[in-house]
Ligand binder design. Structure first.
Ligand code: MLT
Length: 408
């Protein structure tokens, strides 16, 4: 009989969002009349920007002619999109990133898991707690952890707590770590990191020859111009960081799929024989073998994000969701909840009322207000006692959700 990857057996029940969907389905079957409002998974609800739609329509037209047809594209993505990203998202902010260092993909979730393909065994790995569960689960699947312990944490991983006491800032570990996952603006807490804080991480990584995997999927929600959008705004980061970017949240591409990963050519790792190798070449090799690129049509849509109209339209989307976040923050504060995040991120992180743990509060909101959120404990042991509400929904639904919560 075929052998399976037994690491999968170490995984806890289900991935967080399918588990929520399962509970919600059970509730809906028992309460078919209920009108649920979904502020759980961070999935966008507003239509795609017009500029992206026009560009994709034009690309479809092209594809219908012999002269405009495109078959397989470059596995790294089309150069015109990589150049637009390099210029607009990085060089315009003073980051020394070239188009060649940008790899287009179908999502940051995939890339932040797939990156383990090019990393070796035995790295000392640190994640924050709470954390985007993909970073942990992908390490479990790849056999980079031990088994789960009663708190739900995994042996062999180092956890850096994010809580109200430390201002949801990741403190630099005192031990030596090889691989660090950071996400700012943070999912799930909505916290942001200043340039000084990121500089301390880069300093640590350079000194310890560690690699930082920096997830910047929510950078467009930053409202304060002094805050960094990219780890590559920090000196020294080209020697120690990989960054994940996405069109999912700023341009509404969750269903359309387009993202990118940035790997500086100067970034090095060590082979088991001690040889020093550049990670860019390994990722290039990995993508060439395992990936056939994002469709031409979708990449044309993503390119349109950088047009004058596209920029104005995505700014409008970001503003819209951030206004939702502000409504959630203000209304919950008025109701006496302790509320964090939601100022530079589309997630509001709230303390659950005394006597209710995260899943109890989930059930309470589901049953009493028909509002779906995400239990903090689903993001890690230190998320217990917290709850995440997403600002991705219509204005009507957000206001209605707040009204219902105020009535329970
Ligand atoms: C979330 O709700 O945390 C995100 O939607 C997950 C994701 O982007 O994959």
């Amino acid at each position: 009989m075929v052998q399976i990857n037994s690491n999968y057996l170490k995984l806890k029940a289900g991935y967080l969002f399918p588990e929520i969907a399962r509970r919600v389905n059970t509730f809906s079957e028992a309460n078919p009349q209920s009108n649920l409002i979904r502020l759980g998974i961070g999935d966008v609800t507003e239509p795609l920007p017009q500029a992206c739609c026009e560009a994709m329509k034009k690309a479809i037209e092209e594809m219908s002619s012999y002269s405009g047809f495109h078959g397989y594209g470059p596995e790294q993505g089309y150069l015109w999109l990589r150049e637009s990203i390099a210029k607009n998202d990085f060089q315009s902010r003073g980051c020394e990133i070239s188009a060649e260092e940008i790899f287009i993909s179908d999502g940051s979730k995939c890339d932040s898991s797939n990156i383990l393909d090019i990393l070796g065994d035995g790295n000392r790995i640190a994640v924050t707690d709470p954390v985007y569960p993909v970073y942990v689960d992908s390490n479990v699947m790849a056999g980079q952890t031990g088994s789960a312990i009663s708190s739900g944490r995994y042996k062999g991983l180092s956890y850096i707590p994010l809580n109200a006491e430390n201002g949801f800032q990741a403190e630099i570990p005192s031990e030596s770590i090889d691989l660090i996952y950071l996400c700012f603006p943070n999912n799930p807490t909505g916290a942001v990191a200043s340039k000084n804080q990121l500089a301390r991480w880069v300093d640590y990584a350079v000194k310890n020859e560690a690699l930082i995997l920096f997830d910047a999927a929510y950078e467009s929600f930053i409202q304060d111009s002094s805050l960094p959008h990219s780890i590559f705004e920090i000196d020294g980061s080209r020697e120690c960081a990989i960054e994940f970017r996405s069109f999912s949240k700023n341009a509404g591409f969750t269903g359309t799929r387009c993202a990118c990963t940035v790997i500086p050519k100067s970034l090095k790792g060590k082979a088991s024989n001690g040889e020093v190798v550049d990670l860019w070449s390994l990722w290039n090799r990995r993508q060439s073998t395992k990936f056939n690129g994002v469709s031409y049509i979708v990449q044309r849509g993503a390119e349109a994000v950088y047009s004058v109209e596209g920029q104005a339209q995505i700014q409008k989307l970001v503003n819209f969701y951030m206004e939702n976040a502000e409504i959630i923050r203000t209304d919950l504060c008025k109701l006496g909840y302790k509320v964090y995040g939601g100022e530079h991120a589309p997630y509001v992180w709230i303390e659950t009322p005394k006597g209710q743990d995260s899943w109890e509060f989930f059930d309470f909101l589901l049953n009493k207000a028909n509002v779906i959120g995400t239990p903090g404990s689903g993001f890690g042991a230190a998320g217990e006692g917290y709850f995440r509400l997403s600002a991705f929904n219509s204005r009507t639904n957000v206001k209605e959700a707040m009204q219902r919560i105020s009535g329970i």
